[in-house]
Design a protein. Structure first.
Length: 107
């Protein structure tokens, strides 16, 4: 059974990242507001802006958690299928972390 990781853009411009085995049903739930506790409930309508299919639950689960941790800038690059930009953002983030680490070592 395939699993899907997806990104929705909410009416307020924010992104929601999720995972499901039934993308059509899950999108319907987001659009109709099945769960008042859901992040998307007060941010409807939502639009599916990106999705990827995975063969196992574990692959999808790991991908979902990775993407959830990404910056807005990196998510936008992914949505636009601009993998060069994703790579550049990762490189820039790594350089920034290294600089911070070096400053802390000097303190």
């Amino acid at each position: 059974m395939p699993y899907y990781v997806y990104i929705l853009q909410c009416v307020d411009g924010s992104f929601y990242t999720g995972m499901t085995s039934d993308l059509e049903a899950r999108l319907y739930e987001h659009q109709t507001g099945v769960s008042p506790q859901s992040y998307t409930y007060t941010r409807r309508p939502v639009e599916l802006v990106w999705m990827e299919e995975f063969q196992t639950h574990d692959e999808a689960f790991n991908a979902e958690h990775q993407v959830k941790g990404w910056s807005r800038k990196k998510k936008i690059a992914l949505i636009n299928h601009d993998f060069d930009a994703v790579h550049q953002i990762v490189t820039d983030e790594r350089k920034q972390r290294d600089q911070i680490r070096k400053r802390k070592q000097l303190e």
